[in-house]
Design a protein around this ligand. Structure first.
Ligand SMILES: [Zn+2]
Length: 91
């Protein structure tokens, strides 16, 4: 027995194996799907969103972006260190 799922739109009960509401056609697991998609889009919340270096960028632009990346790495390093200190402190 898989159970039932109430439609987020019309609140009627559907078989949980249905993807769309059989009464109004709304997506039954829209919220679950969005949560899943968000997780897939951001698999690691602590992953550093570094500036992308394009191979078409000019020399100065690449240099500038590398400097930004360095700052980002240092910044996130300090941030994770602070989080780590905060997590080991009592209270
Ligand atoms: Zn419905």
């Amino acid at each position: 027995m898989r159970g039932e799922k109430s439609c987020p739109n019309c609140k009627r009960w559907n078989n949980a194996e249905e993807v769309h509401c059989i009464y109004c056609g709304a997506e039954l697991f829209e919220k679950e799907r969005q949560v899943k998609e968000n997780l897939e889009a951001n698999p690691d919340p602590f992953k550093i969103p570094l500036v992308k270096i394009d191979s078409k960028d000019g020399y100065l632009l690449i240099f500038g972006k590398r400097m930004i990346q360095l700052v980002q790495i240092v910044f996130f390093g300090i941030l994770s260190l602070l989080l780590w200190i905060a997590s080991i402190l009592p209270g």
